[in-house]
Design a binder for this molecule. Structure first.
Ligand code: AMP
Ligand code: ZN
Length: 463
């Protein structure tokens, strides 16, 4: 069955054609390890994981590479400001290596908790400085790179198709570029491929241009090329990378290689919180640990992510997290009943659902539609075969359906409006709106249910 993917380059869904039969090489921009990954970052990594699992479901052997940025990612995209790693090191009175080590290890624990498979290779930028220098040398030789007082820059006017990913022409780029603080640049939108270091800069390496450190974009070109070759199948990242980071990667890689480097570019949309941006100043950059502290499980968060297709914005609210929890727990209880059943179901019936599931995931990762198939199949009469089919689907969902245990309470089927009221009541309790919480308790009772608060949320019993 064909796999169709939305390619940001063509702005259309394309049938995936591998470079090598049965194999796929994927490069994903990984974390800058100066801080904890927040739930927005993790949404993007869940998308990358789903992409990999879908290829595996289709019988492909996947080689996935995700870089660890431990140098060169500056605070500003305009090639100025501190290095994020150096800033964190100064603030925490640690070395950049200690900072990188600590946040990388938390990152790998976080992704493991969310059943995000560890990529096949996770190269660190600081282990590839020589490869980056080699590319910079070649770019200068080919006339694309030029030296200024503070670094080596890529001349975007030399690269004919600059802007092809974000569909911005050179004029748009120039208009959008910030005031040219760096007077040595030929064009305001030229970007640094190498920066010369001030003597007190924490991280610096010997280079043909004196002591310095790499630009952030060149890292991804060096590492993707080293591990996946001159042309590879898929490059992924968050949507914010389209206009600068990936545009620059395309320009420098194609200029360097004299050929196309990537066949499909895929980007996941952002996660919002309460309808707005996530930011430290708003105090809404939640981590997995924060979710666990509030009593949610990592699987409930993964379930929340899977209910929105990767190209749609996902608005995170605590109420939506409660909704995900209720729905996931209900699903697990229901599945348990299938698991312990010894009744069989006609194979043709099961295969029809599995085929529908397969069609959905192969249509540009339509996981919400695949979830719809899951919700339909669990409504079939209780059967072990239904459970086994769900385990098959769980190779992609990875929601731990193989680990479900007997529910603590007997299963109560409550109508959706009662569940909605129960979820709203939980929110009211969190907001300390006791009047609203009492009102909802009475409404729920009128609908024939008694609500009990538990450590993980609530339980409903028929009155
Ligand atoms: P960073 O560590 O800042 O380089 O970001 C790591 C990944 O998370 C990148 O692929 C970003 O595009 C992505 N990302 C950053 N913020 C969000 C967000 N709010 N929602 C989804 N993805 C995000
Ligand atoms: Zn990158």
């Amino acid at each position: 069955m064909d796999i169709r993917l939305y390619n940001t380059l063509s702005r259309s869904k394309e049938v995936f054609v591998p470079i090598k039969q049965g194999k796929v090489g994927v490069y994903s921009c990984g974390p800058t390890v100066y801080n904890y990954a927040h739930i927005g970052n993790l949404r993007t990594y869940v998308f990358m994981d789903i992409l990999r699992r879908i290829f595996e479901y289709n019988g492909y052997k996947v080689k996935s590479v995700m870089n660890i940025t431990d140098v060169g990612h500056l605070l500003s995209d305009a090639d100025d400001g501190d290095d994020k790693m150096a800033k964190a090191a100064k603030e925490q009175n640690k070395t950049p290596e200690e900072i990188a080590e600590y946040y990388s290890s938390v990152f790998f624990k976080d992704i493991a908790r969310l059943n995000i498979k560890r990529p096949t290779i996770t190269p660190k930028a600081t282990d590839h400085i020589q490869e980056m220098i080699n590319i910079v040398v070649d770019l200068i030789e080919k006339g694309y790179g030029y030296e200024t007082d503070d670094g080596i820059y890529f001349d975007i006017s030399k690269f004919e198709n600059y802007g092809k990913l974000s569909h911005m022409n050179l004029e748009d780029q120039l208009a959008g570029a910030r005031v040219n603080v760096n007077t040595g640049k030929r064009h305001p939108a030229d970007f640094a491929i190498w920066k010369k270091a001030e003597p007190n800069h924490i991280m610096q390496w010997q280079s043909p241009w004196g002591m310095g450190y790499p630009g952030w974009h060149i890292e991804c070109t060096a590492m993707s090329n080293k591990y996946l070759g001159n042309l590879f199948d898929i490059h992924t990242g968050g949507i914010d990378h389209v206009p600068i980071h990936h545009e620059n990667e395309i320009a420098q890689a194609e200029a360097w290689l004299g050929q196309k480097a990537v066949n499909y570019w895929m980007h996941s949309e952002f996660m919002l919180v309460d309808g707005g941006k996530m930011s430290k100043s708003l105090g809404n950059t939640w981590t997995v640990e924060n979710l666990v502290e509030r009593g949610y499980t990592p699987m409930e968060f993964r379930y929340l992510c899977l209910n929105t297709q990767y190209r749609q914005k996902l608005n995170f609210t605590w109420a939506s997290m409660d909704g995900a929890r209720t729905s996931y727990q209900r699903l697990c209880k229901h599945l348990y009943e299938h698991k312990v059943s010894d009744v069989a179901t006609d194979k043709a019936v099961i295969d029809k659902y599995l085929d529908e599931f397969h069609q959905a995931i192969n249509d540009d990762l339509n996981v919400p539609m695949a979830m719809g198939v899951l919700h339909k199949i669990v409504k079939l009469p209780l059967s072990k075969d239904v459970y086994n089919a769900v385990l098959q689907m769980d190779k992609v969902f990875a929601l731990d359906f193989d680990k479900i245990t007997p529910p603590a309470q007997p299963m109560v089927e409550a109508p959706q409006e009662v569940l909605d009221m129960a979820t709203a009541r939980q929110q009211a309790r969190k907001d300390k709106n006791w009047a609203e919480s009492d009102r909802l308790r009475d409404e729920i009772a009128k609908a024939g249910f008694k609500i009990k608060d538990t450590a993980n949320g609530f339980e409903l019993e028929k009155l």
